[in-house]
Design a protein around this ligand. Sequence first.
Ligand code: NAD
Ligand code: LMR
Length: 308
Amino acid sequence: MKVTVVGAGAVGASCAEYIAIKNFASEVVVLDIKEGYAEGKAMDLMQTASLNGFDTKIVGSTNDYSKTADSDIAVITSGIPRKPGMTREELIGINAGIVKTVSENLIKHSPNVILVVVSNPMDTMTYLVHKTTGLPRNRIIGMGGALDSARFKYRLAEALEAPISDVDGMVIGGHSDTGMVPLTAHATRNSVKVSEFLSEERLEQVAADTKVGGATLTKLLGTSAWYAPGAAVSGLVQAIACDQKKMFPCSTLLEGEYGLNDLCIGVPVILGKNGIEKIVEIKLSDAEKAKMQESAAGVSKTNGLLEL
Ligand SMILES: NC(=O)c1ccc[n+]([C@@H]2O[C@H](COP(=O)([O-])OP(=O)(O)OC[C@H]3O[C@@H](n4cnc5c(N)ncnc54)[C@H](O)[C@@H]3O)[C@@H](O)[C@H]2O)c1
Ligand SMILES: O=C(O)C[C@H](O)C(=O)O
């Protein structure tokens, strides 16, 4: 199993590290445009192999896509991150050009590759990859919901004063400060609805904290987060590589599902060796449906800024 990670920055390197530590890939190629940077990250990571006990070979490349040839899965993290005070949508001008070129280069050398899009604004970048590559929708996966759901579980555990392993919950919708839809009514602690333990007001606070999870970290760090994003990507890659048939909320092209069309947005999907093997349509309340519609309108508005 060969995995390429484009962008050897904060998220790309974290993602490569988690994939290597999980020891399911034979090779991870890390590619960056900055001279020597990916080679340096790859060498540093390889020097953790004996310490962390993995056999994955990590190779660095300065923009040489021949090294990525015949990748089974490729992750696109190339592009600029936001700074405090910015929205993800403000990154579109620079990142759209990068994501378009990178995805075309990847497909040229790996025609059967499954792409995982991370660069922001992620739902719009995923849509751009659809529009420009023409790959079938099962092979283009946007990562956002897996991360947002991990942050939701963190906030739920905090409110419940419970270990995170006790809680379960999911965030669907757009990966933006306003567009996320944390499904508080479906969240559970050991199969008991969290609404049995937390007031409506506290649950609203959990949802609000979840939605600004990325902005909160950006303010603290001066740039956006990388550990949880890297771990979330590695989870998706592992589910595909190991044909796990796991369910994650991912950004995918909708063709009527959830009453939506012609956009990529986060919904639950089953991930296996073919990428997105199924879009899971869960029953939403009228209030949840309205939030999803509003979120979709926001994503479509950003998509409208693309020069297609
Ligand atoms: N979807 C998500 O949940 C999520 C989570 C975190 C970050 N992000 C996004 O991921 C992107 C990367 O974030 P980061 O913190 O790793 O940024 P970073 O600046 O640390 O790394 C980005 C890397 O991309 C490289 N790059 C730029 N153009 C390139 C090109 N054409 N080809 C190859 N490499 C190129 C840069 O040299 C840099 O090393 C940002 O857009 C950020 O907003 C998304
Ligand atoms: O917040 C960001 O800009 C990066 C990423 O989308 C995140 O949620 O951490």
